[in-house]
Design a protein around this ligand. Sequence first.
Ligand SMILES: NC(=O)c1ccc[n+]([C@@H]2O[C@H](COP(=O)([O-])OP(=O)(O)OC[C@H]3O[C@@H](n4cnc5c(N)ncnc54)[C@H](OP(=O)(O)O)[C@@H]3O)[C@@H](O)[C@H]2O)c1
Length: 337
Amino acid sequence: MTEDVNRQIRLAARPVGLPKNSDWNLVEDTVPTPGPGQVVVRNRFLSVDPAMRGWMNDRKSYVPPLPIDAVMRALTVGEVISSKNSEFAPGEAVAGLGGIQTFALGDGKDLQKVDLTLAPYPVWLDTLGIAGLTAYCGLLEVGEPKDGDTVLVSGAAGSVGSHVGQIAKVKGCRTVGIAGGSKKCAHLIDQFGFDAAIDYKHENLSEGLKRTCPDGIDIYFDNVGGDTLNAALARINVGARVVICGAISQYNATEIPSGPPAYINLLGRRSRMQGFIYFDYRDKWPAMQKDLAEWRASGAIKTEHDIAQGDVDIFPETLLRLFRGDNFGKLMIELPA
Ligand SMILES: NC(=O)c1ccc[n+]([C@@H]2O[C@H](COP(=O)([O-])OP(=O)(O)OC[C@H]3O[C@@H](n4cnc5c(N)ncnc54)[C@H](OP(=O)(O)O)[C@@H]3O)[C@@H](O)[C@H]2O)c1
């Protein structure tokens, strides 16, 4: 398809609660041309991530707030189409922060070359990208699993959660997943090899934890926050590691949520709770990607994507699917070829 415009989704207003259509603008800009040191990438797949909701707030965080009228920040994979940067040549496949737009102009600093003979584009946003790397950093670097540990994961059927469960299995742990609905819970066991699952939409969480973690929890990998975190803290073992990866249940909250009352168990059980951001481990990504690729090739890790097909204008509705729980695997958009 010949392109003569760069279609972009820009932030129009800061959302209150769930983002609305009026929080976005669809803009048609000219296709960029690279200046000295610059690269233009044609985006092929756009990653749709829960963290995007936080980037839309005017709040200090691990990345600056997205300015009003800026192109929505997003991880992307695509092809270099023109370059005045000696490190990148037209035709090369790259992953980067290309944003919700057809073409991305940049200085190349955020770009990583990707090997499409090792895995196709979507896998570089999934097992070999944000999902696999986040699970790897959070579980192995922060959680420090030991053989035989009980690892509890929330958001377990999602892209990060399913990788956490599968990597924990590789490391000889017992895995318990929390997910919404019987279909996702069956999938955790049949597809991702979890030992047990809790359907938090249909079972009392404390009862479910008693049933599935009779000997307590050694690692809790938290993607959800709120009541789920509190219920897990109530059952941690001595020396447990509580890995704070995300808190999706709170991302659209209109008031500051209160902390988990059961936090005091960290004291009595001599445990720790630690947050992390996966891109702080960027130096280690190549080694992590090597392990992840091997586990994927051996079948120890299964990769599941949920690919929405369409132009950038489907982004606002696609993002909302994460908060309704109706994605199955790593959510992304495949732009028209
Ligand atoms: N720290 C880092 O570096 C880092 C990097 C990437 C992602 N993350 C975090 O990792 C978490 C998972 O991200 P992901 O990309 O893998 O998304 P995902 O799990 O593939 O999709 C989000 C899932 O969250 C669940 N969910 C939505 N609202 C919920 C609620 N109110 N209560 C409980 N569960 C809810 C839904 O599953 P159910 O149907 O099971 O409810 C939904 O499918 C997020 O918190 C994200 O912010 C952190």
